[in-house]
Design a protein around this ligand. Structure first.
Ligand SMILES: *Cc1c(COP(=O)(O)O)cnc(C)c1O
Length: 406
């Protein structure tokens, strides 16, 4: 049986995803090619993961070179490539300490544990609660579903992990009221990804920093989706002039290789002493080789300037698209190459129509369609994507105009 003929009915995978009926078997840059030869312009990039597109020669070279040397050593031994990647991440950010993980949720688990341990190590173990924000997404582990606070992810999985207090996205009074003697940290995505490309206003991020300084709290930024060049800066917090104490990253840092990291200041990380945390696979040599290769490209002079230029062009084209399809597109949201179309029609229909037009995009909460192209796209890919979005919007309009036949 060919991979393309695996239907949902015959799959033995847990049916936790509504998988589109295409199987992508190879890629070149911003293009992904399915088993039947169909070519898709990939403006999802595996949900903001393939930051440098598919089969980037520098990443392929780094991974295959490493694959011929050594795959795994465990964290029982010194890891030169991991030391180097950590140092480079620190040099390019606010951070002074790094812990590598395999995924975003694990990076957040580390961030949560670190914030709690910070207070415990200072003799205040009762300070373990973390304030999070409505519409957040922090992952699918037991602690991170509690942090995200979405009932549909929490229901049925036993008692919700204690220690998370959720407040509305932009409600200063509620935020201040939620901070008490047991609060350890505030945790937020600078731009909500899964929640629908909602940007946290700059004044709110500045307020969070002030509140953390005033109450001795850790400020945790979840930059798993916004990080590694996605918004046109290396990390989104640079747009706001507000630095966190702890930051989780993943998705784009591996360019498609599964990896994440928890970054922190020396002070924030002070409680994470010998034996307090660990991982078998985190910091694996294959991941470290690819992570270093991703940074070679993204931190090269001029790369992020180019991302910003491309993003501006895409955003302007999307504004025109919105004007052409006022019945479908309500608003353009986001920052850099993390853009969203807030729709008046159903986002899942739009995603399917875009796919039919040969463009991969990703649905998000709040009825938004996300555009998360590889950061390497140029003018021609922007033009092609907008043409295909135009086609998709036209198809959605045609559907709406049809008299209800059922
Ligand atoms: C994707 C994502 C996560 C979870 O990452 P996983 O690798 O799926 O565990 C957490 N936070 C944000 C903001 C994300 O976008």
């Amino acid at each position: 049986m060919s991979t393309a003929s695996v239907s949902a009915a015959s799959s033995v995978l847990l049916p936790t995803y509504a998988r589109a009926p295409i199987a992508l078997e190879r890629g070149e840059g911003a293009w992904a090619i399915a088993t039947d030869g169909q070519r898709f312009l990939d403006f999802g990039a595996g949900i903001a993961v393939n930051s440098l597109g598919h089969a980037h020669p520098h990443l392929v070279e780094a991974l295959t070179q490493q694959a011929q040397r050594i795959w795994h050593t465990s964290n029982l031994y010194t890891m030169p490539d991991g030391e180097r990647l950590a140092r480079r991440l620190c040099e390019a950010t606010f951070a002074e300490r790094v812990f590598f993980t395999n995924s975003g949720a694990e990076a957040n688990e580390c961030a949560i544990k670190m914030a709690r341990k910070y207070h415990a190590a200072k003799g205040q173990p009762e300070r373990y609660r973390i304030v999070t924000f409505e519409g957040a997404f922090h992952g699918r582990t037991l602690a991170t579903i509690a942090a995200g606070g979405q009932q549909k992810y929490i229901d049925g999985f036993g008692p919700k992990v204690d220690g998370f207090d959720q407040v509305p996205f932009d409600d200063e009074a509620a935020l201040k009221a939620a901070i008490g003697p047991e609060t350890a940290a505030l945790m937020i995505e600078p731009i909500q990804g899964e929640g629908g490309l909602r940007s946290v206003p700059m004044r709110v991020l500045k307020l969070l920093r002030e509140l953390c300084d005033e109450h001795g709290l850790m400020l945790i930024f979840d930059e798993i989706q916004t990080g590694v060049g996605r918004t046109g800066k290396f990390f989104a917090y640079e747009h706001y002039g507000v630095s966190p104490d702890i930051m989780s990253i993943a998705k784009g840092i591996g360019g498609g290789f599964p990896m994440g990291a928890c970054l922190a200041t020396e002070e924030a990380a002070a409680g994470m002493t010998l034996g307090t945390h660990g991982t078998t696979f985190g910091g694996n040599p294959l991941a470290m080789a690819v992570g270093n290769a991703v940074l070679d490209v993204i931190l090269a002079p001029g790369f992020l300037d180019q991302v910003q230029k491309t993003a501006l062009r895409l955003r302007q084209s999307l504004a025109q698209l919105k004007d052409h399809h006022p019945g479908v597109i309500e608003e353009i949201r986001g920052e850099g190459l993390m853009l969203g179309l807030k729709l008046k029609t159903l986002n899942t229909d739009f995603v399917a129509q875009a796919r039919a037009a040969g463009l991969l995009v990703v649905a998000a909460g709040d009825n938004v369609v996300r555009l998360l192209p590889p950061l390497i796209i140029g003018e021609s890919e922007v033009a092609e994507a907008v043409a295909r979005l135009d086609k998709a919007a036209g198809a959605v309009e045609a559907e709406l105009a049809r008299p209800a036949a059922e």
